[in-house]
Design a protein around this ligand. Structure first.
Ligand code: SF4
Length: 342
């Protein structure tokens, strides 16, 4: 029996005793599992809980998601980032309504074909909801697998990932696929930790884990070198007039597509240049109230932002003017701009 087979044998019992009680684990409804898996990409469990509850309260099922107002979708996703995820959720819901009679497909390839669903999410949904032997290799699972066998191949290589997935799939049990998928993820998330030292002392794999035996956990998983982020300078304006702030809608493609923003221009303006810009927008600026410098990081770009707070005498027509309540309830302002809200 190899190390992976040993782990698969003992993991369901370990999971039964150690699983966290998470809202999306309370049933195996595909809509719930799908939504949680999409939200959890790039986002911590604790941060997702509130979003998950609010999203389900507003859009409780696939038909509701398919027909939702895109502005509501963005608002429900506000602050989670990677907004293409929620737009793809809706596109997939529309495909389910139009091509699958409103019933979530059970076939792996049909699930994989839905917008926004890759190998990982399709594997997670099909195993967790339908008990199919379809592994879901996220960063947590890759970490466990490569440490278990001290595998020093680069896990960003598609061929390596495929081989690991196939090896795991070949060992999936006839029953309990969903439990195994969740148990592997849980072990990676709570014991074989992503940042810092893993808790090998409490790990059920400690007696047969190659990285633990060699004290070499830091060497795995091997990842490709990331490209440095491209810095972009931006001057942002929080323009206030009579208790409302000026907003603009971003264009429908590119970074933060279709979301709302505080008006901004490329480059880093000096105070007088900022007042001149506000005047050129027809706002009749009364003066600068304060100035902040902030950095916001995206996957490939880093925004280095200077923000000016400008009190204005005129609500120029080119902007949408939103009071505090509207900013809270109506307009989806991504974190890059929301952090400047007064
Ligand atoms: S023994 Fe340590 S390194 Fe090996 S799988 Fe468990 S937590 Fe990870």
């Amino acid at each position: 029996m190899d190390a992976l087979e040993q782990l698969i044998e003992i993991l369901p019992d370990w999971f039964g005793a150690n699983r966290r009680d998470l809202p999306w684990r309370r049933n195996r409804e595909p809509y719930h599992v799908w939504l949680s898996e999409i939200m959890l990409q790039q986002t911590r469990v604790e941060a997702v809980k509130g979003y998950y509850a609010r999203f389900l309260a507003a859009l409780p099922d696939v038909p509701a998601l398919a027909s939702a107002d895109p502005e509501l979708l963005h608002k429900l996703w506000e602050g989670l980032g990677y907004y293409a995820r929620v737009r793809n959720l809706q596109k997939a819901a529309q495909v389910i309504m139009n091509e699958h009679g409103g019933v979530f497909p059970r076939d792996y390839h049909a699930v994989r074909d839905l917008p926004g669903i890759g190998d990982y999410t399709a594997g997670a949904i099909c195993s967790i909801c339908f008990d199919q032997p379809t592994p879901a290799l996220d960063g947590n699972v890759l970490r466990v697998l490569t440490r278990l066998s001290a595998d020093s191949r680069c896990t960003d290589e598609p061929a390596v990932k495929r081989e690991l997935r196939d090896r795991l799939a070949a060992r999936y049990p006839a029953k309990g696929a969903g439990t195994l998928t969740q148990a592997l993820m849980e072990l990676g998330a709570t014991v074989c930790l992503p940042n810092g030292e893993p808790k090998c002392g409490t790990c059920p794999a400690a007696s047969f884990c190659a990285a633990h035996a060699a004290g070499s956990w830091q060497a795995y998983p091997v990842r490709a070198k990331k490209k440095a982020r491209r810095p972009e300078r931006l001057t942002v304006f929080v323009l206030s007039c009579g208790g409302a702030l000026a907003l603009r809608k971003r264009k429908n493609s590119g970074l933060l597509a279709g979301l709302w923003e505080f008006p901004n221009v490329p480059g880093r303006l000096e105070p007088q240049e900022a007042l001149d810009q506000a005047a050129a927008w027809g706002l009749r600026p009364r003066g600068l109230e304060k100035q902040l410098e902030r950095t916001h990081i995206f996957t490939h770009v880093q925004w280095e932002m200077r923000c000016y707070y400008v009190n204005c005498a005129e609500r120029a027509a080119g902007f949408t003017w939103a009071n505090e309540a509207a900013l809270d309830e109506q307009y989806a302002l991504p974190t890059a701009f929301r952090m400047f809200r007064p």
